[in-house]
Design a protein around this ligand. Structure first.
Ligand SMILES: *Cc1c(COP(=O)(O)O)cnc(C)c1O
Length: 430
């Protein structure tokens, strides 16, 4: 199915990468619950280990169920290949791993998921990597942050928690001029709402935990490569352009062309970092993806209704949803994610921190959880949870100040969600 990119999104979200099981005819993709695969003979084993033949060796590297999901997501994003891994955070490390080295840096948006801000500002330092945080709306600041040691630019197409929209094309042009890849976290948008590769991104990462699975059942991540970046054009990416000692001096860029980064992700990344997605998780995510477009349309419809209602309510100071006409990002939605601005946004409650806490505790349909992209409507007070490890300055920059709550609008009846917010706001601001 992947040789047929002319199919529409709804067809591809169901069929891309999958075919009836050759052994049994099973129509749904089986869960290949196996660790290892029998080699035909010793020559076959040697060819697989030398990367001369593509096939299954061991499920830390590849698994047929996971492979279907990889092909599915790569197709929906318009990429050349994809590698699934155990979580969104694993995907971010896996995305940076082939292109970073000690002493190198990545220029990243100051508006990111709180966990990513912590991962980038703290944990990656232990690898000798550095993240430079900038406001991606300030293109001069992005350019100024790039230096000789910069190896990538990273941002979220629709930023968690505020739902702000990134001008992906403008940042991609800066990345191109600097000769480095642009990595877009497309978790909040999904490929149904935004296809970053069409806007010039090189790599796309996902937390498949969120909308791609869609029902809050499994964690997972994915790195998609556009296949368009020339890793050998400079000496900046030796892992991809220079001889790899672990594979007899083979050069990934030369040997695998547009699939170099994807093969590196499996043959080096998964092999040695081991952040593998398991076949059960791939199965749940495959089931979720089949209805992605239907769910996203409804998420957007509900979020638009709720954001408009909240904006018109006296007990609310402001609403950040980019789908609102009052949003400074409203025009950008039309070019970056024309089918809608997803269903994640924040709003400020009159009464600040205390009112936010009371609101969260008073809701009945909304669940107070640290997640998004569920069928269920979710709410969280970011400043005291997901963005708790950050400084007050970082919280404000990320759009997660103490006086706002973040909502992920689900698929329930919009009127019921409005009634729930109405009663809880009454209690919160009494
Ligand atoms: C949740 C999330 C992540 C991290 O994904 P996990 O699957 O929780 O590891 C990264 N980016 C964004 C935008 C997220 O919402």
């Amino acid at each position: 199915m992947t040789d047929t990119p002319s199919y529409g999104f709804d067809t591809l979200q169901i069929h891309a990468g999958a075919r009836p099981d050759p052994a049994t005819g099973a129509r749904n993709t089986p869960i290949y619950q196996t660790t290892a695969y029998v080699f035909r003979d010793a020559d076959h084993a040697a060819a697989l280990f030398n990367l001369q033949e593509v096939g299954y060796i061991y499920s830390r590297l590849t698994n047929p169920t996971v492979a279907v999901l990889q092909e599915r997501i790569a197709t929906l994003e318009g990429g050349a290949g994809a590698v699934c891994c155990s979580s969104g955070h694993a995907a971010q490390i896996m995305a940076l791993f082939p292109i970073m080295q000690p002493g190198m840096n990545v220029v990243v948006s100051s508006r990111l998921y709180g966990g990513t801000i912590t991962q980038f500002s703290q944990t990656i330092k232990r690898f000798g990597w550095e993240a430079k945080f900038v406001d991606m709306d300030d293109t001069a600041a992005v350019k100024a942050a790039i230096d000789d040691n910069t190896r990538a630019i990273f941002g979220e197409a629709i930023a968690n928690p505020g739902g702000y929209i990134m001008d992906v094309r403008a940042i991609a042009d800066i990345a191109d001029a600097a000769g480095v890849p642009l990595i877009i976290d497309n978790t909040t948008a999904t490929p149904y709402l935004c296809r970053p590769i069409e806007h010039g991104a090189t790599l796309v990462v996902h937390s498949t935990t969120k909308y791609l699975t869609g029902n809050g059942s499994v964690t997972g991540g994915c790195v998609v490569d556009s296949g368009k970046f020339d890793w050998a054009a400079s000496d900046k990416f030796p892992s991809l352009s220079q001889p790899e000692p672990a594979y007899h001096g083979m050069k990934f860029a030369e040997t695998f062309g547009p699939l170099a980064y994807t093969f590196h992700g499996i043959a080096i990344g998964l092999r040695d970092l081991g952040m593998t997605m398991n076949p059960q998780a791939a199965h749940y995510t495959l089931m979720g993806i089949e209805t992605l477009s239907l769910r996203m349309d409804r998420h957007v419809e509900n979020a638009t209704k709720l954001a408009n209602w909240l904006e018109g309510d006296d007990r609310v100071d402001y609403v950040t949803y980019a789908g609102l006409e009052s949003s400074p990002y409203f025009d950008r939605v039309k070019t970056v994610c024309p089918r809608g601005a997803s269903a994640l946004f924040t709003f400020a409650v009159k009464g600040g921190y205390d009112a936010c806490i009371k609101l969260v505790d008073s809701l009945e349909i909304f669940s107070h959880v640290a997640n998004l992209g569920d069928t269920r409507s979710l709410i969280i007070h970011s400043a005291s949870t997901t963005h708790r490890q950050l400084t007050a300055e970082q919280q404000e920059a990320a759009g997660a100040g103490p006086g706002v709550v973040r909502v992920s609008i689900g698929l329930e009846d919009a009127d019921d969600l409005i009634a729930d917010l109405d009663q809880a706001l009454a209690k919160a601001t009494a």
